[in-house]
Design a protein around this ligand. Structure first.
Ligand code: NI
Length: 226
């Protein structure tokens, strides 16, 4: 499932983040690339241990914790601290797969990457090219959304960032280990959750919402790894 989460960051947060990123030093993005990705990855990143990355990464995670669409769609168990990348003219990231397990820098924790997330920090008008292209079972999706919006997609999908031909594309990216590792199951739980919410809104007195909520939690008990 490919999910759009609009307005993860509000205008003020976004501006603070962009200002901070404009003032710091960027390094070659290959510092975090695996062996195969290294050959196709051409971008810049903020160092993982940079205080700006830590501060604004934390702000993104705080915003996501309060975001019902993210929580329902991702069912997050653990999240890799967000990193920041920039594609300038001529830069791109060819087709690749994200690594399946990530070691959190500076700690013993390992996180299975069930979902990949890209949070756009540049508006589409600021650059040409730079689309994120995600292949899934029903074809390929081209994603280029307003600053503040985020795309969530299965980390096992082949994806790429097309070359930027004008301006620069800045984004935050990270991975999520979900309570439910299997994409189809997560999708069914998400659909069921949306149905329950609609039922609650349209028929607040109807007992079916409680029954479906029980089914939701019973499925979670079957499927969640905690
Ligand atoms: Ni990737």
């Amino acid at each position: 499932m490919l999910l759009r989460i609009p307005e993860v960051l509000d205008t003020a947060r976004l501006a603070q983040c962009r200002r901070a990123l404009a003032e710091i030093e960027w390094v070659d993005g290959r510092v975090t690339a695996g062996h195969l990705s290294m050959a196709v990855k051409h971008n810049d990143q903020v160092r993982e241990d940079h205080p700006v990355a830590a501060r604004h990464g934390r702000a993104i995670l705080d915003a996501l914790e309060q975001n019902p669409l993210f929580v329902s769609g991702a069912l997050p168990a653990k999240i890799v601290p967000p990193l920041f990348n920039r594609y300038s003219v001529g830069q791109s990231y060819g087709p690749h797969i994200d690594g399946s397990v990530r070691q959190v820098t500076g700690g013993p924790e390992r996180i299975r990457t069930d979902l990949s997330a890209t949070l756009f920090l540049s508006d589409p008008g600021e650059y040409d090219g730079g689309e994120l292209v995600i292949e899934d079972t029903v074809g390929s999706h081209r994603v280029k959304w307003p600053a503040g919006d985020m795309v969530l997609y299965p980390a096992g999908s082949v994806h790429q960032v097309l070359p930027v031909t004008r301006g620069a594309r800045i984004a935050a990216f990270f991975w999520i280990q979900s309570l439910v590792r299997e994409d189809r199951r997560r999708r069914m739980l998400f659909d069921l959750d949306l149905t329950i919410q609609r039922l609650r809104r349209d028929f607040p007195q109807h007992g079916a919402a409680l029954e479906l909520t029980a089914t939701y939690h019973n499925l979670m008990r079957e499927w969640a790894d905690v």
